[in-house]
Design a binder for this molecule. Structure first.
Ligand code: ADP
Length: 307
């Protein structure tokens, strides 16, 4: 049995639902998306938990119920009296999606108020999964606490898996973002960056440069995603590329990277084969981008499903 704890923020999503000013409410967020797909792909014996904080209002109740109904463990989700969950709305203008966020006061920003809660959640876990958004939403002192907990988790034999998911709008400036991401990388076993983001904010000329930067920071396994282009894998022993199968009909790339990460991890934790894990990740992402929305039905790609 494998136990994974995903750490981050889930938000209410309001998506256009067919008419002006008509929206459908759902729930999403990068780390929640990955946890949601992990739950679909891993065996029932494995446990996937989500660590965050929510409020005590009706919308927080609904979010908790959604996470629970997805089969994710909610035991370590804190409930706060002083805040609620974050919200974003998707606007469609001539077919182009744009996003407006209300998340500055969300309960999730306070999830590391009590570092002991995360220590408890990680007890007996095999993998802690987080993203650059998890880092971005925390106050500086709480981010430092998170890194302390992850350091101890690794000392105890746990693995840290990290998607830098660079979102400059969530940071005071680009340097704060890149510094925090590299600090987290120094505590990471597997990093899953997307080349387009990394090139933009770290000035990496090539995916190889991205891989080298993370390897030099101490990361064991680097998997550089690059949209439809080759995925680059770098380990202490070798580096190689894997080509994702072409997708002719790309409909909505929301959660491409998040779902890739789930497909990759489910497969890698099953058999330790990195090339197969990349194919599994790309196979799930390919299904996701052919449908609209972040959370869609997918079929496990061969070699991925456990027992
Ligand atoms: P992110 O969504 O985090 O920016 P990427 O765009 O790099 O991540 O995509 C993640 C993965 O999704 C890729 O490695 C690839 O497997 C798949 N993918 C994304 N865009 C395409 C595409 N146009 N065609 C085929 N696969 C794609």
């Amino acid at each position: 049995m494998t136990r994974i704890v995903a750490i981050g923020e889930a938000m209410v999503e309001l998506a256009p639902a067919g008419g002006p000013d008509i929206y459908r409410a759902g729930f999403a967020g990068d780390t929640l998306n990955t946890a949601w797909y992990l739950r679909k792909l891993m065996s029932a014996a494995d446990q996937i938990a989500y660590f965050t904080a929510v409020g005590r209002d009706a919308m927080s109740d609904r979010m908790l119920a959604f996470i629970d109904a997805a089969g994710l463990a909610t035991d370590h989700i804190a409930r706060r009296d002083d805040s609620s969950v974050g919200l974003y709305m998707i606007s469609l203008t001539n077919g182009e999606r744009s996003f407006t966020y209300w998340r500055g006061q969300s309960a999730a920003r306070r999830m590391l108020d009590d570092a002991a809660a995360l220590r408890t959640a990680l007890q007996g876990a095999d993998v802690a999964y987080l993203s650059g958004i998890t880092l971005a939403i925390l106050p500086d002192t709480d981010r430092a606490r998170l890194l302390d907990v992850l350091r101890d988790f690794r000392t105890g034999g746990g693995k840290v898996v990290f998607d830098p998911n660079l979102r400059p709008r969530l940071w005071p400036d680009a340097k704060a973002m890149t510094d925090a991401v590299m600090q987290a990388a120094a505590l990471t076993d597997i990093v899953l960056p997307s080349f387009e983001d990394e090139a933009g904010w770290f000035d990496d000329p090539t995916p190889e440069a991205t891989a080298t930067r993370y390897r030099d920071a101490g990361v064991d396994i680097v998997v550089v995603k690059n949209g439809p282009s080759q995925i680059l894998v770098a380990t202490p022993d070798r580096s190689f590329t894997v080509a994702p199968s072409p997708v002719a009909d790309v409909r909505d790339t929301t959660a491409a990277g998040d779902s890739f990460n789930a497909g990759f991890l489910a497969s890698y934790l099953n058999d330790g084969d990195l090339a197969r894990a990349c194919m599994a990740g790309a196979g799930i992402a390919a299904q996701v981008i052919q449908q609209s929305g972040a959370l869609v039905e997918v079929q496990a790609v061969s070699g991925q499903q456990r027992g």
